[in-house]
Design a protein around this ligand. Sequence first.
Ligand SMILES: *Cc1c(COP(=O)(O)O)cnc(C)c1O
Length: 479
Amino acid sequence: MSSYDELLKKAFDPEAFRREGHRVVDILADFLAKSAPETRERVLAFEDPDAMAASWAGRFGSGPSVAFSDLLPEILARSNDLLHPRFIGHQCTTALPLAALGGFAGQFLNNGSAIYEMGPVNVAMERQLVRWMTGLAGWGLAADGVFTSGGSIGNLTALLAARQAMAERNVWTAGVAAEPNLAVLVSEQCHYSVKRAAAVIGLGEDAAVPVPVDERFHMRPDGLEAAFAGAVRAGLRPIALVANACSTATGSYDDLEAAAAFAGARGLWLHVDGAHGAAALLSPKYRSLLRGLDRADSVIWDAHKNMLMPALITAVLFREGGHSYEAFSQKASYLFEKEAREEWYNFAHRTMECTKTMMGMRLFVSLAAYGTDFFAGYVTAVYDLAREFAGLLRASGDFETAVEPESNIVCFRHLKRGETDLDALQRRLRRRLLEKGNFYVVQAVLRGRTWLRCTLINPRTTIADLAALLGEIRKIASE
Ligand SMILES: *Cc1c(COP(=O)(O)O)cnc(C)c1O
């Protein structure tokens, strides 16, 4: 036998797969077992990018080099440890272990889900998830939507649908030159992907007209009229309003009732960027943060943020499901839409992606195994923790919060006595924290001031971890 034939036999040998699979799962389970902060290694072991890249050079060649299970311990040791309770930086969640197994099985099956034929089970599961999520949004049976790879593509997809629905000409076929003055009103605090989407769909970034925010970073309802009038004076025709639920930097929820009232009065499409915060719909305690969402035209919801899912899985949902078919419709005629709707199961009509992973399956099996109450409990717990942390900061006397947290995002800073440049202090503190590697926090610039920012997205983070963070910061500040 040639070595190719030998390796082929080994690659698909069920017993070899079983052995290697068990070894891999054992290594991961041991990693998971180190749940207490003291037993874990560093949150992240920052290495110089060039040195890091160089260390992986020459590790594979024309024949087998190293078994995956032999490489895995090094991969774990040198990767960011999102399972660490003190990983509280970006809005990247520790993955629910079961969902990671779902992802593994999905990749094993590799049923791409662009069309029903390619991935029937996943397509059916995603259909049920969309039903469930649109129900939580308060929408009726006319609602529909799809899953896509990330909130950035989600915002793009929703704005494409808005453009097609609101433009007077068929911009999809004729191009934006046919209607060059379209614009969208966006919260000054919108995620950069919204402005990027405005540019990608041909309106131009300048056509993303900012609406000012209040002192808590909510879009100001009384600023909407002025932004609209300003856009019109500049020769633009606003077609949509994009609100945050919640914003990325501070986790602030816009007043969706006011946004819906304004959009209704002015004939605008209301898109809600719920990438981070739509999961609050699951929590009886916090779902009122999204009051007014039932009147929106579209919303995006990242399950890889506040739903413990491994990246990526984003729902793009439409109150009037027909619009889901307009985002990428070569022919926007009613007929095409009708034909396409009858083919709800061929998602390729409605997403940017052609080949797609079995993303819904991961969420579906997790909901099936643990139930929706578990996820509701999770959202409530991490939102509660943010409020508790804010209380701790307030009571400390030497820290302050930028705003009272509404979600699980908290921006705060250390007020070291006698320090004249507080912004430089926060930057120094974060850099030292990164170097030491025992906590991961990020930073945000709000109105020109620098803040430390954390997202309490890991369900195993406790208030004791956060108290320890404050202690660590004080220690670094006094060094
Ligand atoms: C994270 C985020 C996005 C981008 O989502 P990705 O899944 O990272 O592409 C968009 N909007 C808001 C408000 C976000 O927080």
